[in-house]
Design a protein around this ligand. Sequence first.
Ligand code: ASP
Length: 579
Amino acid sequence: MTDYSTSMRTDRCGDLRIDDVDRQVTLCGWVDRRREHGEHLAFIDLRDRSGVVQLVVDGAQDLRSEYVLQVSGIVRERPADTANDSLDTGAVEIDAAEVTVLSVAEPPPFPIDERTEVDEVLRLRHRYVDLRRPRLQRNLKVRAQVNSAVRSAMEEQGFLEVETPMLIASTPEGARDFVVPSRKEPGSFYALPQSPQIFKQLCMVGGVDRYYQIARCLRDEDLRSDRQFEFMQLDAEASFVSQDDVLAFISHAVLAVTEAVTGEQLGEIPRMSWHEAQERFGSDKPDVRFGMELVELTEVFAATEFRAFQAPCIKGIRVPGGADASRSQLDDLTEQCKLWGAKGLVWMRVTDKGLESPVAKFLTDGEQVRLSSTLDAEEGDLLLLVADERRMVRHILGLLRLELGRPPVTEGGLNFLWVVDFPLFEGLDDVGNPISAHHPFTMPHEDDLEVLDRGDLLDVRSQAYDLVLNGWELGSGSVRIHRSDIQEKIFSILGIGSTEAHAKFGFLLDAFRYGAPPHAGFAFGLDRLTAILAGEENIREVIAYPKTQSGADPLTSAPTPIDDRHLKELGLRVLPPAE
Ligand code: ASP
């Protein structure tokens, strides 16, 4: 047990129990609640990080909400009729003989209790008050448990913690950099790291063998509920390893974290290929907590006369019991699919008289029967079908599936999943060059090296893998290219000429000339993992000082302009806002 006594207190409020009765204690904390008791007495709940305890004080004293007190008194057993079973300290109270006000407080801008919904900007502006509320107190604890468990798990596996710099040259994660102007070299800029990617690979060349870091990463991207400008990753890299080794290291770490926070021991994390994930779930980060899988129907309609179904791919999902959706709900769904890029959505209600749908009359009886049996349709279900290019079909039905079936974050347990065999390239840019799906140092799949030379580049698989939890992408990693011939080939396929490659990553390519071990790595987001473990939909709830959705910090007002003298020193001039 940690000893929390200091020169100002003997105990923490929330630690007192029936065994402490008759002890003389001194406590420090905030006034959580005050209730008058008769004319001369008041009850005060005194709060610190450990919880609250009830004080009995002289009612004449001016002790208001959020005043900071030091209290000395005797621990007494509460009379049976006033004991409170729902409180850890509910069997005792403090007969407070001496109360010192350490700080007075203005009334807080919002109540500290959990019952009141408070506007987020107000919460962030007074984050120090918000941090006192039970939700944030709980979430910060979960976060600290996550960090501590992850550290131990990596160290147990022989990973060495190495810190990498914040002021660097640009890294290749593909997002926009945050930049910092150089005073010594006006006109030149540092980039803040999007990840420690290059440094960790250099650590491998440097013989570190197994590296890890709880790394702060910065990416100038639009913010969402699962994304902040700056976020924390468990970043790792190891030498003389294969993909399987990395998956084992990281599985051990996330399972250790889960156990530390929830006490639950999960089994081995299953794997699924990227292709299968797309075909069955229409996503590279499938939420496997629920069914409603995408079912292949292309064959069913191979000879159809119905024009809209004469498409390269048709798939459908079955929404159990969804037949009671109203016409206007179905119209809304159709509109939603069009916004996502679909040409349309076909819906069918499964009734006792067969399929009820505006398109039923265009389908033969045989097609209707095979459709129902392929989808295992039962009376009362709703069937939703999309016909289009295969990519589009998967994309639309994948989103629809989530829209209609995704459980809240606190339901369905923790479903980790490895998604492996990602494609090396995720599409083509404006000038027809492929775009790296992970980053340009990712090793192609051994069996697909030849496809690189002749074949469809978009078919080349990579040795890249993602870790998914309940439909959230927790992190990614890959086996890296450590051979300069393969690296040069990839750069040239990506349209990165050797001058550009050397300008951008010359130091890495140089390092590889001096003996690079085969290596591979991974990074996963600690904010996301913590949020899911804490049962929060939004990562801002597990970050002590997050930014708002628009990237502002209502607490410090950042970002703020800097003064002219400072600008001058940096050789900068601010242009008027663009029209
Ligand atoms: N640097 C990569 C990322 O942040 C992870 C990795 O490849 O290790 O996504």
